[in-house]
Structures are given as C-alpha cells and as structure tokens.
Design a protein around this ligand. Structure first.
Ligand code: CP
Length: 322
C-alpha cells in the first residue's frame, strides 16, 4: 500500500481486516517492522481516538511517533497554488510538506472541511497538497470528506462481531446507517466513508436512512437502499451505525433536529437484536440515548479500541511496501 486516503487504496478489504484482527490477538507480532522509522502525525483539528490509537499502533510496530498540532503550534499554512500571501497565512504547504517528508517516513494528516464551500471541501485540497509535495506515503487521519481509518475499524468491528456470533450464518448482515440529531453542523466524512467502505466490501445488505434534505453525495452511496422512514430501515437490522451529518446539497446546514430520530431501546425491538455503533465522540441523549450506550447493544467501546488494530494493519502494509 503506497498511501491510505480512501478505500480505493486497499486491494483487499478482508485481508486487511484479517491483519487487524491478527494484531489484536498478537499486538507485537511485527514489533521490529518499523525499527528506525519515524511517523509524523499532523493535526489541524482536535482528536482523542485517532491521535492516540495511531501512536499506539506505530509504537507496536517499533516506530517512533511524533505529534504536531499544526493548528495550535505551527505556522498558519497556505494551500492555494499561486496565492499572494499578504493575509494571515505564513507558510505555503509546498515549502512545509517536503521538509516534513525529510523528517518522517510516513506522514499522517487530519484536516476537517470548512462546511462553507462544498466545491473546495470536496476537492480535498488540503490532503491532496500534502500528497503532492511530501514525497513520502500519506495516511489520512480524516480529511474533508472521508475518514478511512474509522471505516476500516468499523468493518473490523462488524467482522469481529459476526465471527463471535452463531456459526453457519447464511444471510449477509443487514447494516443500517441512520442519521441522528445534533446541535451543530458536522461534516459528512464518517457517513460518506462508511457508505463507501460497506459498498466496496459488498458483504452486507446496506440501508441508509435520514430525514428529507440530508442526502449524502451519490458517489459514496451507490448501491445502498436509501429511505426517509427510519422505522422501516431498522426492521431486521443486525448493525445500526448512528451518525449525524449536516446537509450536503444546501451545504453545511442544520435543517432539523427532530429528537424522534434519536435511537432508543424501543426502536431496537424491530431489529434482529442489533448491535449499535458510533465513531465517537457522541453527545449523549442528543445523538444516542444513555439506555443504548450503556447497554449490551452498544459496540462503541470495542469499536474505538479497534482503532489501534486498524491503524496498525495500515501502517504495517505501508512499511512493507516502502
Ligand atoms: N472517531 C474519531 O475520529 O475520534 P477522534 O475525533 O477523537 O479522533
């Protein structure tokens, strides 16, 4: 693997999932693979899970991990080609990225969308500029439109749950991605990425449910069944992925916050004893109820724990191809 920006960088999802689960069983199986190698983790936005799980994964492979909070500690970066830098930006990415490429063997970057200009966000300029100028493999720790390390973790968690379930299952699992209320406009990254990965994985019946006006970009949802009726979507579900996202068409807005869209125990009655997932952080009793998060239905802690093994599998594949 030369980089990890989306599912399209992964030749075989199931092989990568298997590798992640192998590392979960034996974290130090490749403890020398990254010896004398250094990984840089650049954050333009806050993080708990991504930041720490990627550091742990790198350490398990023998790499040194260095975190740099660019937004708080670095010079304000310019990303526009040909910019006349007479404003707030101090350093162009075409100057900074090649230097980082000399310091690090792998460069990992988290950026967020502005949620102001859809064309700019969906062009993925920030991460693409790092890819263009760094000269070393780049790993997305979440970009403007996608969160591939989260999505790999999600497939790992679903696979693990199925492996631990009853043997001899004949039907593919039914996975439902449901929109949930939130007080702030959030990116579409997690939902886009989850839809993209489940679609390419191709081993599930996949349904997306959301209120009117919350359609995701079609490029990520192709092949999914889309309904505005949450009750209908949840019927017979094996896994429910709960996530808020802001509007895509009239970009970056919160149109409604109907609390009826929050998942409750009562709604789970129509499912196949579904497991409930969320990428975290979660606003309790807004996005997801306490009664679900604190119940055996919830996979969120296991899911967040699996971030280490997903990151370790990705870093391992990149190290092996360097
Ligand atoms: N799920 C996730 O990416 O969490 P953090 O924002 O804490 O990294």
């Amino acid at each position: 693997m030369k980089q990890f920006i989306s599912v399209h960088d992964v030749p075989d999802i199931n092989a990568l999932v298997k590798k992640a689960l192998m590392y979960k069983a034996n974290p130090f199986a490749d403890r020398s693979l990254g010896a004398d190698k250094r990984i840089g983790l650049l954050f333009l936005n806050p993080s708990l899970r991504t930041r720490l799980s990627t550091q742990v994964a790198a350490r398990n492979l023998g790499m040194e991990a260095i975190v740099f909070n660019v937004d708080k500690e670095g010079w304000a970066l310019e990303f526009e080609e040909g910019a006349i830098m007479s404003g707030n930006t101090v350093e162009h990415v075409k100057d900074a990225a090649p230097i980082l490429g000399q310091y690090f063997d792998i460069l990992c970057i988290r950026t967020f969308p502005s949620l102001k200009n859809r064309e700019d966000d969906y062009s993925e300029m920030f991460i693409n500029q790092f890819i263009k100028y760094a000269g070393v493999p780049v790993v997305s720790l979440e970009s403007a439109t996608l969160h591939p390390l989260q999505s790999l973790t999600d497939i790992v968690t679903i696979t693990e749950s199925l492996n631990n379930g009853p043997a001899g299952r004949k039907k593919p699992p039914k996975i439902v991605l449901t929109w949930a209320p939130h007080i702030k406009p959030l990116p579409q990254c997690v939902a886009n990425s989850f839809a993209q990965w489940v679609g390419v994985w191709g081993e599930a019946e996949f349904v997306i449910t959301h209120p009117h006006e919350y359609e995701l970009a079609e490029q990520f949802t192709r092949g999914a069944t889309i309904t505005h009726n949450q009750d209908e979507a949840l019927r017979g579900a094996d896994f429910i992925y709960v996530k808020n996202w802001s509007t895509y068409t009239d970009y970056g807005k919160v149109y409604e916050n109907d609390p009826e869209w929050m998942l409750t125990e009562e709604k789970l009655a129509a499912t196949n004893d579904a497991k409930v997932m969320h990428c975290l952080p979660v606003r309790r009793n807004v996005e997801l109820s306490d009664e679900i998060l604190d119940s055996p239905h919830s996979l969120v802690t296991q899911q967040a724990g699996n971030r280490v093994w997903a990151a370790q599998a990705v870093l391992s594949e990149i190290l092996k191809s360097k």
